[in-house]
Design a protein around this ligand. Structure first.
Ligand SMILES: Nc1ncnc2c1ncn2[C@@H]1O[C@H](COP(=O)(O)OP(=O)(O)O)[C@@H](O)[C@H]1O
Ligand SMILES: [Mg+2]
Length: 616
């Protein structure tokens, strides 16, 4: 997330620059070859039958529509002469036939549009669900690389462009192509010469469409990058609105945003320009062809080698053929951007979690009675993030079940990394993390989440009531159990004082609940979840000092009966630990009980002395 907020915004159009040079593209997920096709097939597979019915409806509808000019030709060349000869049968037949075709075409079109709308709505529903579920299941390290703004862009802009194609473009595109085939065949059958001229006009039109598609593809890719950049900037600024205000970043953000907004505007302009070029080209081609056919046809009617009705039908067909060609450009646009969107979505969906579920999961042995908690072992662990050097070089650590361990050390020492490995947000690069002898990689995700709970400084509250937020740790908890947990933590009084007590909505990110209170709520949540291993990563940092004694009590309550890792920011919390680890650069440099370490002459003794002096 930080990468994009601090990345410089560049304002030049860089056709030649590699894509990775774009600050918003640097973490582009390469879509594996074939992933887009696989996605499309898997979306359509469940509705194969309905797709077939839809296609059949379209074939019939086009047959009914294209019968019209043929009937006109028949009327002019046969029925009208017959009518002059006092036989009104053929003309009546033509009129009735024309009417029937028109009614049938209308009814079939209605059926087709309805059927295809149902198919596309189901496809979109499925796709939105898949994006959400998949993104939620991807590992933490994915979300650290792929910003939430980009995820939002996938599930809004990209799904939206697919929706546009499916709802507006695709049906028309298929209709246009299908009618072009029908009309070509009919024209060739009516008159080989005229048909050949019409078919020949497809060559320049095809070249025009091809060059337009190529140019539009480039413009559209740029445009979708530009739109994504605008969204990313917007979401990140608003997510970070407090620091934005605190550091008076508004003006700088305005300037950055203006640049992105302009870039978006310019790409839009480019897209429209390409469109205009295409429309002009296609109209000139179409009108030239019609003029040629009328001219040549008139000569041939004059010398008797062509019937008038056939010429009339040919001109009617040509109009039908060329009319939608302007719009074809538009459909191709939405097709183009939808294809690009689908590709990006496929890239996202093709991501596999870097912390995969075990192929053959193992169950943990029953939690031992008498000895609460579980034993934690870091066995020869090494760890490096995707970027940067090794954070934990060869790390060995055994935490006996039920022990409370405080971890201290300077910022960047690797304390949070240790916690994240234990909660399996990441897997070690090398070595194993064991819970009661079982590798975390062999535990099913659900089971692991029950066993290991991490409370962090953020103390995130989800939208919903306070009670729901506490119950998150154990969804089947009763109200009495929820209140009991809050009481034990010392959160009951402030919750009871909220407007609706436990039913108070914490929306707006707990805006009405202070950071310290949020931490108490997340303590109550952890207590209710009753995990075997609890990790507190600077989880008391927002609790105010006057509440110190209450904090100590809350800590003692929540830590009792489990293995606990307390990453402590303040040394007062260390005193309740059985054991203290001092970490530096990914290594444990001191290890002992608090009193032992205070008596020694190490880092911890220094820290402790400094802290005591600061209290005096
Ligand atoms: N997601 C990440 N990607 C790359 N490097 C990271 C990431 N998180 C932390 N680091 C690096 O790992 C080292 C240890 O960080 P961390 O475990 O958060 O330290 P602590 O919690 O002790 O302050 C630091 O050098 C930090 O820059
Ligand atoms: Mg940390």
């Amino acid at each position: 997330m930080t990468a994009a907020t601090t990345a410089p915004v560049r304002d030049e159009d860089d056709d030649r620059a590699p894509e990775s040079g774009d600050p918003f593209d640097q973490d582009r997920l390469p879509t594996p070859p074939g992933a887009t096709g696989t996605l499309l097939r898997s979306l359509l597979a469940p509705m194969r039958g309905r797709v077939a019915v839809t296609a059949l409806l379209l074939l019939l509808q086009q047959a009914a529509v294209q019968a019209g000019p043929l009937l006109v030709a028949y009327a002019i060349d046969r029925a009208v002469p017959a009518f002059r000869g006092d036989d009104n049968g053929p003309l009546t037949a033509v009129a009735v036939g024309y009417l029937l075709c028109a009614v049938a075409a209308g009814a079939l079109q209605y059926a087709f549009v309805t059927a295809s709308a149902r198919v596309s709505q189901d496809v979109l529903l499925d796709l939105r669900g898949r994006i959400f579920r998949h993104a939620q299941e991807l590992s933490v390290d994915f979300h650290e690389r792929y910003t939430s703004g980009r995820l939002i862009s996938r599930s809004t802009t990209d799904v939206e462009s697919l929706r546009e194609l499916l709802e507006e473009g695709l049906q028309e595109l298929v209709m246009v192509i299908l009618s072009a085939v029908y009309i070509s065949v009919l024209l060739l059958w009516l008159d080989l010469g005229l048909g050949a001229v019409a078919v020949a006009s497809f060559v320049p039109l095809y070249l025009l469409v091809r060059s337009y598609r190529r140019r539009a593809a480039r413009v559209y890719r740029k445009r979708s990058t530009a739109i994504a950049a605008v969204i990313v900037k917007f979401v990140e600024t608003m997510n970070g609105i407090r620091p934005v205000r605190a550091f008076r970043r508004e003006a700088a953000n305005d300037a950055d945003f203006a640049v992105l907004n302009r870039r978006h505007e310019r790409t839009n302009g480019d897209a429209l320009l390409e469109m205009a070029r295409y429309v002009v080209g296609s109209r000139v081609t179409a009108n030239t062809t019609v003029a040629l056919i009328v001219l040549w046809g008139a000569y041939r009617v004059a010398d008797g080698s062509l019937e008038l009705g056939v010429l009339a039908a040919a001109v009617l067909y040509l109009r039908r053929l060329y009319d939608p060609i302007d719009r074809l450009g538009m459909f191709l646009n939405s097709y183009q951007s939808a294809a690009a969107s689908l590709e990006k979505i496929a890239g996202l969906l093709a991501q596999t979690p870097s912390v995969p579920e075990p192929a053959s999961p193992r169950e943990l042995p029953e939690r031992r009675s008498g000895l609460p908690g579980r034993e934690v072992v870091f066995d020869d662990v090494r760890f490096a993030y995707r970027t940067g050097g090794e954070v934990l070089p060869r790390f060995d650590l055994t935490l006996p079940a039920g022990q409370t361990v405080a971890v201290v050390g300077s910022t960047g020492a690797g304390k949070s990394t240790l916690a994240k490995l234990l909660a399996r947000f990441y897997d070690p690069t090398d070595g194993r993390v064991l819970l009661d002898g079982v590798d975390l990689r062999d535990l099913p995700g659900r089971g692991l989440r029950r066993e290991v709970v991490m409370v962090t400084q953020e103390a995130f509250l989800f939208s919903g009531t306070v009670a729901e937020n506490i119950a998150l740790g154990r969804p089947d908890a009763t109200r009495a159990e929820i209140e009991q947990a809050a009481k034990e933590i010392g959160a009951h009084d402030f919750i009871a004082a909220l407007p609706d007590g436990y039913d108070t909505d914490v929306r707006k990110r707990g805006g009405r609940i202070s950071a310290g209170q949020r931490q108490l709520v997340s303590f109550a949540r952890a207590l209710l979840a009753d995990p075997a291993v609890l990790i507190l990563d600077e989880a008391t940092s927002s609790l105010d000092v006057p509440g110190e004694r209450a904090v100590q009590r809350a800590m003692a309550t929540v830590l009792k009966g489990r293995t606990a890792v307390v990453i402590a920011h303040r040394l007062s919390t260390v005193e309740i630990a059985d054991r203290v680890l001092v970490m530096e650069r990914g290594r444990i440099v001191e290890d002992g009980s608090p009193s032992e370490l205070i008596d020694r002459t190490g880092r911890f003794a220094d820290l402790h002395r400094a802290w005591r002096d600061s209290l005096a």
